[in-house]
Every structure is written in C-alpha cells, then in structure tokens.
Design a protein around this ligand. Structure first.
Ligand code: NAP
Ligand code: MG
Length: 499
C-alpha cells in the first residue's frame, strides 16, 4: 500500500489529459422515419395502427417510430412462420440451410460498421464495444451454427434430430443484435422458422437485420420480426401456433412465462438475471485482476446479465486492490457512445436509470460506503457514473439484487471455503470469476461454484462454441455450442416440456 501510494505521488493519474473527440460518423446509417413489422418477408403496417418512438438514450433524440404489434399482428407473423416452415424450410436440404446462414454471417461482417453505429445510437453502448464485441460475435454465431446445419446427425449420434416448427423468441435491450444472433442462428440451423420480438427500447438493429434477411434471399416467413412492448411478448408466448419459446430477460417475466406455458407442451428455455461473484485470491496478478474487474462490471454500463457485480476480495490484498481499482476508475471515460474513446456510454433508458438510482440510494442507506470518480455527466440523456460500494454486508440489497448498471459491490473473505459460501449465497447462478495463480484452486472452485459459466483469470469472454446459461433463478437451457441446438430439436426422446 505504502509503495503504491508513493508511486502514486510520483506518477499521478493523468486526469487532466484532454482527449480530442473521435466521433464515429452516423452517415453510414439510414434511419427511416417509421418502421412497419417484418412479416412474410415484407415490412408491413401494423394492423394495430399503433406506433411508438424509439430514442437515443445518450441525447433523448427521437430516432424513429416503430410499430406496436398487437394480437392480430402477432398472429399474422406466426402464420407466416408456419407457412414458411411447412412449405419449404423444413424440407430443404440441410446444406442449403447452411448456405443461407453463411450468407447472413458474411453480410453482417460486410455491413458491420453500419450495424455498430446503429446499435450504439439506439442502445447507448460505446462504439468500441459494439464494433469490437457485439458485431464480430453476432457474425461468429451465424458462422458457427451454419457449420452445424448439415451435421446434426453427427452432433447427436444415434439420435434422429428433427426440427420442431415455429420458435417464438423474446430478447432484452442490453445486446440487441447479439441476442438476436444467439436466438436466430441455432433455430434456423436446426430447421425451424422464427418470430422474434426485440426489446421495446432497442428495436432498430433487429429491423436493419430484416434488410439482411432480404439481401440473403432467405425464403419469406423464415424470419419474422414483431416490435412492441411487453404486451407483444405476451401475445407471442400464448399463441397456439408457436412450438417453442426462447426468452432472455428478467427473472420476474421468465417466471410468468413459465407459469403461462405449464402444461401446454411448448418447449421453453429461459436466460434470466444474475449476480455473479468475481473472486480475487491473494496470489492473483493484481493489475490483471483490476482490468478483469473493470471489464466484469463496467463493460456495457453493467447492463450484462453475467456481470461480475459482486467483487469478493481476499482480506490480505483488500487495501492495495481497492486502491488500484479506484485509481483505474478515474481513467474511465464516460460520454458520447459514438466517440471511439468512450469507455462508459449511456444508460439504456430512463426506467433503467431510475432503477439503478434507487438501488444505489438503498446501498447508501443500508450503510455501504460509496465511491465514484470525479466525472461530469452530460446534461441530456441517461447517465450514471461508475460506482464502487465497499463495506457491503451480504444482506444488503446491493449484494442480493441485480442492479444491471455500472455499480460494483465489494465483499471480503479469508478462506476459499468462505469465498464459495459467499459466492453461492444468491438466488442466481449465471456466472462467476476466479483470479488466482493456482490451477488446482481454479478447478476446485469451479466444481463448488453454482454457476453456469466460470471464468478463470478473465471475465465476460464469449465464444459461440461455448454453452451459456444458468442455475437456479438464472434460468434453464443453454445457448451457444452444441448444447444451444438441443432446445431447437426434437431428439426423439422424452424431454422436459412446458417448463
Ligand atoms: P424484461 O422486462 O424481462 O424484458 C425482456 C423481454 O421480454 C423484452 O423484449 C420485453 O419487452 C419482454 N417482455 C416484458 N414483459 C413480458 C411478458 N409479460 N411476456 C413476454 N415478454 C415480455 O427484462 P429487461 O428489463 O428488458 O432486461 C433486463 C433483464 O434481462 C435483466 O434482469 C437481465 O439479467 C436479463 N438478461 C439476461 C440475459 C441472459 O442471458 N441470462 C441476457 C440479457 C439480459 P419490453 O422490452 O417491451 O419490456
Ligand atoms: Mg421490460
């Protein structure tokens, strides 16, 4: 600590540096004034006659109006998907299906700048992330599942994998295009058709994806996109023509969907919330761990279901680690999502900002100590400074509830057993991180932690070949990898249905 402090004196954090703005141009994107619904290969006016505005959360500027799909619209979309399934898609050769998926993947790569700019505009995430993470990963998912489309019998030996029909897919606003790719790529590779509902606040990249679907000449109706709020999701879930529901979102809505589907025979996968422990042992490389902690909780403003939102630090390194972490926070740049220097962009919506603000106030009230680096928040738009809470007890709301914002809660432990106990003391079980030099400790922790994904000496790494999903209230079913195909296939054996 003292060494760190003296070094700090000699080399103060360069908080006075001014960076020239480096904005990515918006010109590459054309946004229509108003969008219809993508049904049967066409953008059509909603029968509901209703539209709602979609904004840039960084400026509150209205970007476009999008359709609010009503019951009749959802019904049309499901029929279009059924038609496409029955009359072609389910019977074309798997190698043909693969060709379409490869085509989509390549077009996504070719148009990636356009998509990245639109994703940052509509969602508020830094362009650096949409450009370097969301877009490459979205294309990678299509490439990966294209590879499986004609090899399903090898993927599941001694089984007879068959498609299931029409999949209804509902996604959240934190990774709009990536979640679309996670849902659509395996569904099509397995021979199904889809109706997808993007989140209310981030519909624009899904609507631009409709353009890729047309460009790739996918048969009409194989992919349908219905925009709208939660009511549209409700209609899709209860529609009788849907054979499978794939949902990513909050645990609360996930539970409601599970209740609705009980006894219907529809297949269901749920990817829900999380409250991951990021555990740092005293033998870890501290500077590397600090980068991992920052990436774990401030990536995408903490709007990440698997975010490392609970930092568990071994007591003996608590002080130097927290000192390093606080210094690192002063170098994070918050502001215009389209600026290539930005680390922390806008909070996705007013509603989400209110939720973060409420939970942070609760943390202060319960007695935790708050730290925020000096940083000026823009006047317009929705913003929240990167935040660290120390002195956090396990019972505090900020240690139990998902904040889904740039807020880290720090707890300490003495022994590996205590770390496991605290890490598992949550209703969730989506992910965890372990920082240590010891391989044996990584393996033993990984066995004891009740989480679907466990990162060792890294955090928030994604790869289409690796299955992702939760334990406990984080949901069930896996996306990614071979596991990600299973929910979209009938493997000719009894399976858990309707939850
Ligand atoms: P949400 O309210 O559950 O919304 C998710 C999606 O469901 C949205 O498209 C939403 O529409 C729709 N929806 C809302 N109510 C519905 C209903 N009754 N029936 C059917 N669909 C309904 O969650 P959110 O606030 O958008 O997203 C944040 C949550 O998602 C967090 O808890 C986060 O952990 C979780 N998440 C999990 C994962 C994962 O992979 N496990 C990934 C990302 C996010 P609207 O947009 O109109 O509300
Ligand atoms: Mg919602």
């Amino acid at each position: 600590m003292s060494e760190l402090e003296s070094r700090q004196d000699r080399a103060p954090v360069p908080s006075g540096w001014d960076y020239a703005p480096a904005p990515e141009s918006r010109d590459i994107v054309t946004i229509e004034e108003r969008y219809g619904l993508f049904i049967g290969g066409e953008l059509v006016d909603p029968r509901s006659g209703e539209y709602f505005p979609t904004l840039s959360p960084a400026t509150e500027e209205q970007l476009a109006e999008v359709s609010q799909a009503g019951p009749e619209d959802v019904d049309l979309a499901v029929r279009a998907a059924r038609d496409a399934y029955d009359n072609g898609w389910s019977s074309i050769s798997p190698a043909e299906r693969a060709k379409y998926l490869f085509r989509i993947a390549r077009i996504l790569q070719e148009r990636s700048r356009e998509f990245a700019v639109l994703e940052s505009l509509n969602g508020g995430k830094p362009i650096r992330e949409s450009r370097d993470v969301d877009l490459p990963l979205s294309a990678a998912h299509f490439f990966y599942y294209a590879g499986w489309a004609d090899k399903l019998e090898y993927a599941f030996p001694n089984r007879r994998p068959r498609s299931i029909g029409v999949a209804g897919q509902i996604i959240p606003w934190n990774f709009p295009l990536l979640m679309l790719a996670w849902k659509i790529a395996p569904a099509l590779a397995a021979g199904n058709t889809v109706v997808l509902k993007p989140a209310e606040t981030t519909p624009l990249t899904a609507l631009l994806f409709a353009d890729i679907v047309r460009q790739a000449e996918l048969p009409p109706g194989v992919v349908n996109i219905v925009t709208g709020d939660g009511r549209t999701g409700v209609e899709l879930v209860k529609h009788e023509g849907v054979d499978k529901i794939a949902f990513t979102g909050s645990t609360e809505v996930g539970k409601a969907i599970q209740r609705e589907l009980a006894g219907t025979g529809k297949k269901l996968t749920l990817e829900l919330g999380g409250k991951a422990a990021n555990i740092v042992f005293d033998d870890a490389a501290l500077d590397q761990a600090v980068e991992g902690i920052v990436n774990g909780i401030y990536f995408n403003q903490g709007h990440v279901c698997c975010a490392g939102s609970r930092l568990l630090v071994q007591e003996s390194i608590y002080e130097p680690l927290i000192a390093k972490l606080k210094r690192r926070l002063t170098t994070l740049r918050l502001g215009d999502p389209l600026d290539k220097n930005t680390d922390i962009g806008a909070i996705n919506s007013k509603q989400q900002l209110d939720r973060i603000t409420e939970l942070v106030a609760a943390g202060e009230e319960e007695g935790a100590e708050i730290y925020q680096p000096p940083c000026r928040l823009p006047e317009k738009g929705y913003w929240f400074a990167p935040t660290i809470f120390t002195n956090v007890a396990q019972s505090y709301r900020i240690a139990q509830e998902e904040i889904f914002g740039p807020v880290l809660s720090v707890l300490t432990f003495r022994t590996p057993d205590e770390a496991v106990e605290k890490a598992n003391n949550t209703a969730y079980g989506l992910s965890a991180g372990v920082w240590t030099e010891k391989g044996s400790r990584i393996l033993s922790m990984a066995q004891k932690l009740r989480a679907g994904v466990i990162w060792a000496n890294t955090f928030n790494r994604f790869d289409p070949t690796s299955p992702f999903g939760g334990f406990k209230e984080s949901g069930f079913g896996r996306e990614g990898g071979l596991h990600g195909l299973e929910p979209y296939l009938d493997l000719g054996e009894s399976e858990v249905r309707g939850g």
